[in-house]
Ligand binder design. Sequence first.
Ligand code: AMP
Ligand code: MG
Length: 358
Amino acid sequence: MIDGKKTIYWHVDAAKPDPEIIRETGAIIRRGGLVAFPTETVYGLGASALDDGAVADIFRAKGRPQDNPLIVHLADLDRVWGLVVDVPPAALALMEKFWPGPLTVILKDGGVVAPRVRAGLDTVALRMPDHPVALALIRAAGVPVAAPSANLSGRPSPTTAEHVKADLDGRIDALLDGGPAGLGVESTVLDLSGGIPILLRPGGITPGQIKSVAGEIILDPSLESGGPVSGRPRSPGMKYRHYAPSAPLVLLEGSPAGMIKEIRLLIEEAVIRGDRVGVICREENAALYPGAVVVPAGMADNPAGVAAELYGALRRMDLLGVDLILAEGVEPLGMGLAVVNRLRRAAVKIVNIGAARE
Ligand code: AMP
Ligand code: MG
């Protein structure tokens, strides 16, 4: 039984965490406990990747489906060779270029990490986070750290310690509060276990950046469709609805003018039904939706800003208790690709506004 633990909270300086606190939390991980910590993407929930029981506790604490594998976090590139069968040249070039940073690479598993980490696959996902607290914690733990996002499964990922507390208080041993996570969306997941790199999840490192180092990249078919694909998904996490607030979210995609017009119509309909409706939109459009509770997230010309505020906006909608969420889409370019992917996965319905409707 995980619930009923006393979660210990520590505030740490994100740039220069107190070595004593890091030593103590590192020891908790080494002993098989669970510690939530900030990274440059979202907050992670860490356990020793070598301890199958501790990894089982992560799944229990999050309510995560057993078949959804975890990313193993490292603080030193040298550690990679001990965990995998081999390191292809493209993988090494990508790790050297983008680590520490929001790139997760999937390689053939070397049989060292605990079986539950891989959820039955013959591959292992590896990443080096670009955050002083995360790196210090992993070094202090002295083991590779398996860490999914520190939220209840299915909920929006946590970008602040408050989000972690709301989901996991009493279910984990400790939480390091180092202020808001930077990027706001999870790492890019890239499968390098075969020949050509396959993008499984868009994130902080864009397809263009990967192509500039690896020469080529294929997008997994599930990214084109936005939803689950038939058959066995290459990345098991893809088959679940994700990142979702409590209220149903309808995503509007298409030209900005068309989206705005459609959202205004949908608000009118919702108000007539007596529904309380929330809108997640760009800051410059915040005044365009009277009758709705508006939560702005970023500016249209800065998808990174939208990414940073997206999960906070989804959680805010839960707190506001709306019945329906209408969300403006963004252009699927650069960081926008990660934002679109998360919004599509959170949505119960995607409305595409054809140019003809304007
Ligand atoms: P999270 O840490 O919650 O952001 O989720 C990690 C993501 O990485 C999920 O979508 C997993 O399915 C994916 N993942 C982890 N390990 C592997 C692996 N060995 N092969 C494919 N996908 C993986
Ligand atoms: Mg997650």
